[in-house]
Design a protein around this ligand. Structure first.
Ligand code: ACO
Length: 371
């Protein structure tokens, strides 16, 4: 038996949802650059779930369903009120999604139509949960979702209780498009492993949220902002980053298991970060990010990944730092659930082996004789 640490390079499934070939990311065969420049997040979610871009009627139907499903059950709202105010926001989200399953009479219905309905419901309800948690912990009342607006628009509205600026909606919508799917990343793999036991879609998404939370995966966007705040000003960038690298510390938001010549999503976020910096009149985070990129790429050859510039983008949108990873979850929800649906169409239990390296020939010793 030979072991490949971290399963690097192992092909563990076939999939027709997204591909990364020669550094090019596609969703269902559409280049991410093409989608980022043209598609709305709802069109992308439809594409991931159904394998084709929606026509006008199909898109209108999806908008209607997302609108209808957006309110969360009273039970989940109560759960959020009972959640400690200082709870980790991804832990709160993970718990609330588990709670959604308890409040859904279709939770264990494995029929394909029921599963698609649940995927759309989850897509509609994740933003409501996150915005409600963010408000409740500040002692504010949750804001009821708005009818007939996009996922990005509704999230910003529910978070602040105010009508968001068009540029903010546009920027968040694009960020959601860019994060929606990414082949067999850690959280998607976790979702597929969970449902491959024929467990339900809520269990799959709960596993995925747990995997996304970690700083080596989705949690990196928060870690990037924590680093930028820690550095504090453009003058400190050089010494801070060099010191980190000299001490063999990882710079969050750089490097990738699959992309070695750069993450195609990063340039879109970099552009947005610059534009939003100009609009808000605060170029500090963008300028610091550019400086960091020059040093890290120059000295280590490592390029920024999707998480690096998303940190300054979300900060320009005045989104609290610990909501960055939950926003990633709002977007990746469409990818996770598309993969769960795909897993069910040709399922086999995912059960690899481990090479045993522990002690052998042990013999039981009675407890009173153990030292
Ligand atoms: N900063 C400094 N050095 C790095 C970084 C980094 N961000 N990333 C990789 N390296 C170095 C490692 O120290 C290692 O060097 P060595 O061979 O001298 O020991 C080498 O590059 C290989 O790194 P690994 O961690 O083995 O690469 P792996 O493929 O396992 O990990 C990962 C990829 C987790 C993304 C890694 O690059 C990393 O930790 N980056 C920072 C966290 C991050 O930004 N995660 C988000 C990824 S994108 C996403 O999930 C949405």
């Amino acid at each position: 038996m030979s072991v490949t640490k971290g399963l690097e390079g192992i092909v563990a499934a076939t999939s027709s949802i997204s591909s990364i070939i020669d550094g090019v990311l596609t969703y269902r065969g559409y280049d991410i650059d093409n989608l980022a420049d043209n598609a709305s997040y709802e069109e992308v979610a439809y594409l991931l779930w159904y394998g084709k871009l929606p026509n006008a009627t199909e898109l209108a139907n999806l908008h209607q369903q997302l609108s209808d499903y957006a309110p969360i059950p009273e039970f989940v709202l109560e759960l959020l009120r009972l959640t400690p105010k200082d709870a980790n926001s991804m832990a709160a989200l993970r718990t609330a999604v588990s709670g959604l399953a308890l409040a859904d009479s279709e939770a264990n219905d494995m029929n394909e139509e029921a599963n698609i309905r649940k995927a759309i419901r989850l897509q509609a309800q994740l933003p409501t949960i996150i915005a409600a948690f963010a408000r409740i912990r500040e002692g504010k009342e949750p804001v009821a979702p708005k009818k007939n607006v996009s996922v990005a628009h509704n999230f910003l509205y529910m978070l602040t209780g105010k009508e968001p600026e068009a540029i903010a909606i546009e920027a968040l919508d694009k960020a959601l498009v860019l994060h929606a799917d990414h082949e067999l990343n850690a959280s998607t793999f976790a979702a597929r492993v969970t449902v491959a036991t024929l467990s339900d879609i809520y269990s799959g998404v709960t596993s995925a949220i747990g995997a996304l939370k970690g700083p080596l995966h989705g949690g990196a966007n928060e870690a990037v902002m924590a680093m930028l705040e820690d550095i504090g000003s453009e003058d400190n960038v050089d010494s801070y980053i060099k010191n980190q690298l000299d001490n063999k510390k990882k710079i969050m938001g750089f490097g990738h298991r699959v992309y070695k010549n750069g993450d195609p999503r990063a340039k879109h976020l970099q552009r947005m970060s610059k534009e939003l910096g100009k609009i808000t009149g605060n170029m500090k985070w963008y300028n610091m990010s550019i400086q960091i990129e020059e040093i890290v790429t120059g000295s280590k050859g490592l390029k920024p990944n999707v998480d690096f510039y998303s940190a300054s983008v979300y900060t320009s949108l005045e989104i609290p730092r610990d909501l960055f990873t939950p926003i990633f979850a709002i977007s990746r929800l469409s990818g996770w659930t598309a993969h769960i649906l795909e897993q069910f169409t040709d399922n086999r239990l995912i059960r690899p082996r481990a090479e045993y390296v522990g002690p052998t020939n042990q013999h039981y010793v009675a407890i009173e004789k153990r030292s």
